[in-house]
Every structure is written in C-alpha cells, then in structure tokens.
Design a protein around this ligand. Sequence first.
Ligand SMILES: Cc1cc2nc3c(=O)[nH]c(=O)nc-3n(C[C@H](O)[C@H](O)[C@H](O)COP(=O)(O)O)c2cc1C
Length: 218
Amino acid sequence: MKIIAFNGSPRKEWNTATLLKKALEGASSQGAKPELIHLYDLNYKGCISCFACKEKGGKSYGRCVVRDDLKPIFKKVETADALIFGSPIYLGSITGQMQSFLERLVFPYLTYTDPPQSLFPKKILAGFIYTMGLTEELMNEFGYNQRFTAMDRLLTRIFGSSEMLLSFDTYQFEDYSKVVAPRFNPEEKLKRRQEIFPKDCQKAFEMGARFAKKYRIK
Ligand SMILES: Cc1cc2nc3c(=O)[nH]c(=O)nc-3n(C[C@H](O)[C@H](O)[C@H](O)COP(=O)(O)O)c2cc1C
C-alpha cells in the first residue's frame, strides 16, 4: 500500500508536519510505503483556468496540462492507495499553497456534469489534518467547520472516502517571550503542547494505521 502525505505548512518540523509524520508512521507500522511531500519545496501556481482538462474529446480531458513541479506529483497520486493532506489554518482557511495544490489536483477530476462525477481512476482513502491556533470553542464560533465539511465532501466525491483530524490551540512560536502576542498565555500553550498535542499525534498515528488496515482488508 502506498500512502502520500502533503504538508501545506511552510514549516517542516512543526505542528502540521509532525502530525503528518505520525500518520505515516502509523501507516508504516501496518506495512504501508510512506512518502511525505512538502508543498513549499515545489514551484507551482494555482489553476489558471485554461480548461484544457474540460475540453470535449480532448487528449487532456481530466488532466492538468500545466507543466511545472506538480506534473510528476499528479502521476504519483494516481499510483497511491491513500492520500493525507495537512494544512495549518491561515486567516480562516487552508494555506494558499495547499489551496493552489488542490485546485490543480482536484479540479481536473471533477466533471461539470449534473450530478458532478469523479474522473479519478480508482477509489482510495483520503484524509485531511488541520492545525490551528484557535481553541475548539472559537473555531466553532468562527464557523471553520463549514469549510472543513465542504472539503470532506469534495474529497469524498473525488477519491471515494475522506476523514479529518483537527488539532486546536497549537503551539505557534519557538519562544513566546520574543514575539508581541499578549493574547496567548505561554504557560497554557506549553501545557497544551505537552498534554494534548501528544494525543493529537496518537490520533494521527491511528488514522495512518487505519488507512493501511482498511487497504489490506480491501
Ligand atoms: C499567516 C498566519 C495566519 C494564521 N491564521 C490563523 C487563523 O485564522 N486561525 C487560526 O486558528 N490560526 C491561525 N494561525 C495559526 C496557525 O494555524 C497555527 O499556528 C498552525 O498550527 C501552524 O501550523 P504549523 O506549526 O504546521 O506551521 C495563523 C498562522 C499564520 C502564520
């Protein structure tokens, strides 16, 4: 079983990347072959609206024709059995890098038929790990859940299944004393980092392990 995780954070060792690595560890523990791709290492832009992927009878129907660093990645995705996307929340949404990646990855597979259908060649497992500075209460108040549910539906439509994992109130700065952020209580943040984040890591590990097990049963 081949599982690919995509890190939509510019940071390679922080919250999002740590959870993705845990998910891959979980998958490896069940014999899966893992790969972690850092989106910020790649050169690409979002969809340019050329519609080559929608052209009637066109060679590129269902495929993105833009040639950049994502081209080989799309090939890899078609050989994967599971995908896990991970992104911090920036200004209430996934990062621009993750958004641009998903526009390019998902839009070609999504048909403009009624109802919309998926041109992705097989059913695979998909997951999304979100990390955010807000607490769960504030996240609910700000309505983030609607976005997460919409993403869940989109991934289910394209890949056949989806699940999500949310990590709240994350530890954001290496040293809270060096930044202007009186809104945060560094001790409480550290406590959460030490007590709750490891539980999120465990959930991520279990997600990866579950994916690998489900694949074995398939
Ligand atoms: C540019 C920027 C915008 C952010 N906006 C939000 C936000 O709107 N809501 C939120 O909950 N957290 C926000 N955060 C906090 C991050 O989502 C949070 O620290 C996340 O865990 C960072 O992930 P990382 O450690 O993997 O880089 C923001 C952080 C940055 C750098």
